[in-house]
Design a protein around this ligand. Sequence first.
Ligand code: SF4
Length: 335
Amino acid sequence: MPKTKTKKRILTGDRPTGPLHLGHYVGSLENRVKLQDKYECFFIISDYEFLTDHLSRTEELRKNVKNLVLDYLSLGIDPKKSTVFVESEIPQISELTLLFSMLVGLSRVKRNPTIKEEIKTRGISKASYGFIGWPIAQAADILCVRAELVPVGEDQLSHIEQTREIARDFNRLFGFVFPVPEALTGKVARLPGIDGRKMSKSFDNAIYFSDSPKQVKEKINRAITDPKRIHPSDKGHPEICNIFQYYKAFNKEELNEIKEQCQKGKIGCVACKEKMAKAINEFLEPIREKRNYYSKQKNIIKDVLNAGNKKTEREAAKTLALVKEKMHLDYKLIL
Ligand code: SF4
């Protein structure tokens, strides 16, 4: 009896722009680790997407990809359950990108809200053709494994709309190949950086999984709190304090107590930060141990990626063969 696929297939991933941080964990990685048991997960390392706005930093790629896999493993992404692969290692993705580009009108490309938003948030002054066309390549990432679900935040539904349109248009024009992927929505919690802006490497405000206990302590000490609070006895406003947001994510046990003590001026920010640094270090300790363990395994990264690339390429080759057959780009019968 042929093995039947029972679990729905998911695709999600990261651009290898640098080490992962606590903002990534709260926003998606915590959830991703849980998804592994319920779904068939493909995690893409989007190195081609990295090029869309980091063309001058390609020498970082190898180190970043290695660190990303180490972060994944130490956080609990299990290569026995999930497939981790590198985008540029799957040639079918590029071919699908080209074929899909014929399905998308120029005006649609230009008015893509995701692209407009990214140009703003990443501060891109001169967007390349590759950047503007990125949603089409993203559709190829998702559809090469014919993923049925894509995890996105409630506010990011437009991110996969282009993929859904391409899947629908292809199926209508040539016959069914692609499931139209659904968004797997969830409330995405946001963790601010220590300065209150979005946690990001480019703002130098992030706490990384690879940070030492000393680095975590130093960063927490630098964090901006309630600016109106000068003395420990001043009544504070925890809801506007970045450290309090960290309590919500990493020290729920003391959350209410800290809130009350802060509001009544019964705890100083120094003491409050000390507790928080300790909690984050306790959370990071097992992750650091695993990271240390995996970084000593000589071939682990190569093995994880080789297996993931191979499996993905197998799936992508099946998809591309179907696509070409439907489009009459299959010349086996006449050659
Ligand atoms: Fe923030 Fe804690 Fe200071 Fe209150 S006491 S402002 S919660 S750091």
